[in-house]
Write a protein that binds this ligand. Sequence first.
Ligand code: ADP
Ligand code: ASP
Ligand code: MG
Length: 409
Amino acid sequence: MALIVQKYGGTSVGSIELIHKVAARVARVRERGDRVVVAVSAMGDATDRLVDLARSLCPAPDPRELDALLATGEQVSIALLAMALTARGVPARSFTGAQVRIRTTSAHGRARIEAVETAMLTAALDAGIVPVVAGFQGVDAEGAITTIGRGGSDTTAVALAVALRADECQILTDVDGVYTTDPRMVRGARRLERLSFEEMLELAGQGSRVLHLRAVEFAAKYGLALRVLASHGDGPGTLIDREDPTVEAPVVSGIAFNRDEAQIVISGVPNAPDTAHRLLWPVSDAGIEIDMIVLAPNEDGTADFAFTVHRGDYVQALELARRGAAYCPAARVDGTDRVAKMSIVGVGMRSHAGVAARLFATLASAGITVRLVSTSEIRISVLLAEAELERAVHETHDAFSLSGQSGFI
Ligand code: ADP
Ligand code: ASP
Ligand code: MG
């Protein structure tokens, strides 16, 4: 008898009809003779509506109270799903994060899960009851309700699966697996049978929202295989697991993109050892996360410096960069928040030369200017004008033959 953790996303439980369908699917796992723990998100766009409600009251709500409010979204869906299961004759019980005792740090809105107590869940399972656990939330040492970041229910499911030593963790969503890129943008995108943790980490980290980044980090750390499946439909989905050394890896497995970008360019600063430090220090001291960075020396002893931040931090970062550059009267500080980042990811890149050249050739022939580049061993990211992102993703998807059988070149 296997123990399966299933996580259903917001769209999958977006109406009473869909909740009934989810209940039927959970019941099927039990009929096969397996035990199941369910983690669930808030219905549809309930979390967005709660955020709007708080912001309509005050632009910067108290983080503790905002978490108390946002956690109610999941409390609705767990209770409804437990009712739907019970109505089908499947004994079920809802649990909030605090009831399970999913213990987190106190960083409201981005708390990290520190421990998951399993006593309540195993007692329910032993009594033949299906635990239905609220995703996205936990409780801190003071007993305050916390949330773990938007999209965080995936991470709740993985944490439950790890703590319960589950045999399988299934992420059920509104697509039938992980695709070569977001199938909402590229209709010819192809479902991947399998992806390594490393590739999924890069894709999730670079904006592919199909899985929460921390869920993949957690799964990779504990070697827990994940399967992404359609909530309402059949099919094998995508397995995310350790790299399979017996199979040759495609050079490019997938493309992620992120519109949450802004770029700041400081030109004409002296090319000195402390330049980067002087310019960046005020920005990072304000707690603003910096992503891509380039320092390009000019022949006249000056340098041009560019970096990116989250779009929401743009105005503040621009002001801080101006302050940082004030020591140099000749410096010019400019920026734009109309940029986006596209990333190509594949473990096969490690052993293949020419991937960057092919990417740049593709973008050049499409007349698309690359503003910044960053790389890892298995990823190349480029910053582009946002207006050109969609075309860049389509052209790159074609250039690496991602619609066909594989991303081999
Ligand atoms: P859930 O509410 O179930 O957590 P999300 O909206 O968070 O679902 O994630 C699923 C969405 O992720 C899909 O509808 C799809 O548009 C998007 N997505 C982005 N990149 C990919 C990708 N590479 N493969 C599949 N889906 C992707
Ligand atoms: N309901 C939360 C959100 O919308 C968590 C999740 O969906 O995973 O971000
Ligand atoms: Mg999600």
